[in-house]
Design a protein around this ligand. Structure first.
Ligand SMILES: C[S@@+](CC[C@H](N)C(=O)[O-])C[C@H]1O[C@@H](n2cnc3c(N)ncnc32)[C@H](O)[C@@H]1O
Length: 516
């Protein structure tokens, strides 16, 4: 069994100089903690140390000595060697020493051959609960600049973070900050702008290398930021944090399961009663009526109703296709007038929630319909609060508020339910986390008995659906199927768009501070 589960970590050190042999990689030098060696420099021009005999000594605040003993293998004789390492600052020196200790522990203790011949490996909490193929695709996605740009260009999102940090300088000035999932490093740079003493930017994807580059290009701030490449579940930090900053929100708040990493970071790195930005998150839910959307989804399966498709009867698969389309949550920005009852919300307090609490989330639903209509499903959105000492700022993804890259999410039921004004709708949204970094959503909505005999509390009609949050239908740029004539359709569309844009213009940025 190969010891391939051990993590590789990288550091940038100012320079190294070799004691025994002349010639060293030119500064600055990348130091890589690998399962087989500690390597300084690139593949072609490097100095390597064996994990078993390697030792690290502190010579001063910014300087350390790395040594390894002479050894003899079947192939070659290796001589004792040593390099002095020059760090740019004390924090980098401490972070390097921490990573060194962790590397020795992982490689020499956990990764070593056991007497029975089995090689143990350090499998982190992340690797334990997430499928390797899903994690690979996930970090590959975030390793690309274009996706970081997409998030950075969501000005509602990034502007809210910027405002929340800079309006609450008091929470950052002179404090140690950990940026959980730093991506491009943008939030670390904001924290440094707000006067942080030191920021540890932890990022697992290849983006960590770009973050280093971006941060190095901002020299006034870069002295106070250390990028650490690795998962928050695995890396070691040289000191505790006074405040965590992160953007761990996915569609419906919980998609991607990064909230769990945010909670793990709290448990591992935050001082007791330290701050978290964001502090709480809320999922809001309300039933909606949208005849066009329902028909659009149902019509997608019409293809499978053909009895003579090149001489083939496709109808045996119609039912499965119909179900399949309704198992996709719809992501788009909808008109809030489609909601038929005031929303209810489920709160997740990031400062107290346990990681395990996020494996299964159960939300009982209860609404009173304000109109008589056909209900097609449940509309959901979220907001998060930055509970700063100076300003409390909300970032909302609500319908009618300025649109974010998260849009809103709607779970459409195969069977709509009919309600009268004042009729009670009950149900349940049960979300179960899965290994592909997302959730299975089980939704039930029921129309309660209404009118004479209502006090008996019976159910008149129930509709249920099972949806996979990992496979949404991104509807934003899709043409829509409308049952009415083209003229009527255009008029109606224009009216809807006008009022939507007007609502956005009127409410403007104030909505950010005013949770729905
Ligand atoms: C939504 S992006 C936010 C990036 C950046 N903080 C920003 O606001 O623009 C989340 C980032 O967290 C990283 N990430 C997710 N899970 C992580 C984990 N367990 N450990 C370290 N990084 C993680 C991803 O690779 C991604 O770059």
């Amino acid at each position: 069994m190969e010891n391939n589960k051990l993590k590789e970590q990288e550091f940038l050190v100012a320079s190294i100089s070799q004691l025994s042999i002349s010639g060293c990689p030119s500064p600055p030098v990348v130091a890589r903690f690998r399962p087989e060696s500690l390597q300084f420099g690139s593949e072609s021009d490097s100095v390597q140390f064996d994990p078993h005999s390697c030792q690290l000594f502190k010579l001063g605040s910014f300087q350390s000595l790395c040594t390894s003993e002479a050894s003899e293998t079947n192939k070659e004789k290796k001589y004792s060697m040593a390099v002095t390492i020059q760090f740019r600052n004390e924090e980098e020196s401490s972070a390097f020493h921490c990573a060194f200790e962790q590397w020795k522990k992982d490689v020499v203790v956990q990764g070593s051959s056991l007497p029975n011949g089995i090689v143990s490996s350090s499998i982190s909490k992340f690797d334990d609960k997430i499928e390797a193929s899903s994690a690979k695709m996930y970090f590959h996605y975030y390793g690309q600049l274009l996706h970081q740009q997409n998030m950075m260009q969501d000005y509602v999102r990034t502007g809210s973070y910027y405002a929340a940090v800079l309006e609450n300088r008091i929470d950052f000035t002179g404090r140690v900050v950990v940026d959980v999932g730093a991506g491009s490093g943008i939030l670390s740079l904001f924290a440094a702008q707000a006067g942080a003493k030191h920021v540890y930017a932890v990022e697992a994807s290849e983006m960590a290398d770009y973050a280093r580059k971006l941060i190095a290009g901002n020299p006034i701030l870069s002295q106070r930021i250390t990028v650490i490449k690795g998962k928050v579940e695995d890396v070691e930090l040289p000191e505790k944090a006074d405040i965590l900053i992160s953007e761990p929100m996915g569609t419906l708040l919980v998609n991607e399961r990064m909230l769990e990493s945010y909670i793990i970071a709290r448990e591992r790195f935050l001082v007791p009663s330290g701050k978290m930005f964001p502090t709480i998150g809320r999922i809001h839910m309300a039933p909606f009526s949208d005849e066009y959307l329902y028909i659009e989804i149902a019509n997608k399966a019409l293809f499978w109703q053909q009895q003579n498709y090149y001489g083939v009867n496709l109808t045996p698969l119609h039912g499965t296709a119909f179900q399949g389309y309704f198992s996709q949550p719809v992501v788009d920005a909808f008109d809030p007038r489609l909601l038929v009852a005031p929303a209810i919300s489920h709160v997740i307090d990031f400062t107290t929630t346990k990681e395990e609490d996020l494996y299964e989330i159960d939300v009982p639903l209860k609404f009173v319909s304000s109109v008589g209509t056909r209900i097609h499903g449940l509309a959901c959105w979220f907001d998060v609060l930055f509970n700063g000492s100076t300003v409390q700022r909300w970032l909302t993804t609500a319908p009618g508020a300025p649109t974010t890259h998260w849009y809103q999410l709607r779970c459409v039921l195969e069977q709509p339910i009919y309600v009268m004004p004042g009729q009670e709708i009950t149900g349940r949204l049960h979300m179960v986390a899965h290994k592909a970094q997302s959730y299975t959503l089980n939704l039930t909505l029921s129309a309660k008995m209404w009118g004479p005999g209502a006090e008996q509390g019976g159910i008149l009609q129930t509709s249920s659906g099972k949806l996979d949050l990992k496979e949404p239908y991104y509807r934003m740029s899709q043409p829509q199927a409308y049952p009415m004539s083209q003229d009527q359709q255009t008029n109606q569309l224009l009216q809807t768009q006008d009022s939507h844009i007007q609502a956005q213009d009127e409410e403007g940025l104030d909505l950010l501070q005013q949770p729905l």
